[in-house]
Write a protein of this length. Structure first.
Length: 366
């Protein structure tokens, strides 16, 4: 939950995973062959139309296992399954009326989607859950970054955080680590420290292309958030090259920003020969924007508003929209997180802290 503006040594090789009951299945997801007109608003561009995705909203309306969280990263495991990665998460803790009897969060969790079957992975037990992964430093925690699959392994960025004890908003990034995970068992096989005390959130987004995998990060300073990019091989193991504004250089000090006013979490993906950047208004705004480029390092231009979140208002806010382009062929699945400045809203209604989903049509560049 503290991951609003952005986002165990024994876990280095394996982790205890707890699963929600696999017998708790929902109806299979049936994708409409073509997106249909659902709603229109003067808030977003007239060239796009948006459908509330009740199938995915229903899939993540849960009372067992994972029942709420933010971030909402996804990765195609290349085996017909999707892995969803969450930041601060509720495990169970939902009453029949959708209220929460308790308020206990773990800092990260994974949810494996196989059709309509959802399996939650976290540490500890279902009665006393713990985060799926934690850094070796005592008193610090992980919030997830993006992930990619290569050579039969899942590579997941985790961002370490610490606090000075000044409350829910007092946190700072301490590290960027890369976890290697067995995608069949979800066991952590290794944990490699990439950066200590980073100023840029490397791994906030990943985009796989033909010759390189591109790794994006955000520099946050005085309310302004700037986007940076590096590139490496598919399993992220070769020397990274950082974009300097005109060329690529192995010295990360030479990296230059490629985009201003990006949200702390965002998505970059490729469709055909076009590269897309999806980001939300970076100050708790309701607008979700989509930009295009002919190359992975930008310029990302021709931005248009593709959705405005209706939940935003009062203490309720939305943030950190993501695109999930592997889910549908025609429409674009987009998630965004709902949260409240008043924690009692979350106790009163579990659906005040969770992702919501929309399907967007007409999003491709002509």
């Amino acid at each position: 939950m503290r991951n609003i503006n952005i986002f165990l040594l024994g876990l280095l090789f394996a982790i205890t995973s707890c699963e929600d009951d696999p017998q708790q299945k929902q109806e299979p997801i049936i994708e409409e062959p073509e997106p249909i007109f659902c709603e229109q608003s003067v808030c977003w561009d007239a060239s796009v139309y948006v459908c509330r995705d009740d199938q995915y909203i229903g899939l993540f309306t849960r009372s067992q296992g994972w029942t709420g969280g933010d971030a909402t990263y996804s990765v195609d495991l290349k085996n017909g399954k999707t892995l969803w990665m969450f930041g601060d998460s509720f495990i169970n803790q939902v009453s029949e009326d959708r209220s929460r009897p308790t308020f206990k969060l773990i800092n990260n969790s994974l949810v494996l989607q196989d059709g309509s079957e959802m399996t939650t992975f976290h540490g500890g037990t279902s009665v006393n859950p713990k985060a799926f992964a934690a850094p070796p430093e005592t008193g610090e925690w992980y919030w997830p970054g993006d992930a990619t699959v290569a050579n039969g392994k899942l590579y997941l960025f985790m961002h370490g955080f610490g606090t000075n004890g000044g409350g829910g908003w007092d946190f700072f990034r301490t590290s960027v680590d890369l976890l290697t995970i067995n995608p069949t068992t979800m066991a952590i096989e290794s944990n490699d420290r990439l950066f200590d005390d980073p100023t840029i959130s490397w791994g906030a987004a990943i985009m796989e292309d033909v010759d390189y995998t591109y790794v994006y990060g955000v520099l946050s300073a005085s309310g302004s958030k700037q986007l940076y990019v590096a590139r490496t091989n598919e399993d992220l193991s070769e020397t990274w090259e950082y974009f300097t504004g005109t060329a690529w250089n192995t010295d990360r000090i030479t990296a230059e920003a490629i985009f201003d006013d990006v949200s702390e979490q965002f998505g970059v993906f490729k469709d055909g020969n076009v590269y897309y950047l999806l980001t939300q208004h970076n100050l708790f705004g309701k607008e979700i924007y989509l930009y295009t480029s002919t190359v992975p390092q930008g310029d990302f231009t021709e931005g248009k508003t593709v959705y405005c979140t209706p939940e935003t208002g009062g203490d309720i806010f939305t943030y950190n929209a993501f695109a999930h382009p592997h889910v549908y062929q025609d429409s674009l699945l987009v998630s965004y997180n709902v949260n409240s400045l008043d924690y009692t809203d979350i106790l009163d209604n579990a659906d005040n802290y969770r992702p919501y989903f929309v399907k967007i049509g007409g999003w491709r560049k002509n």
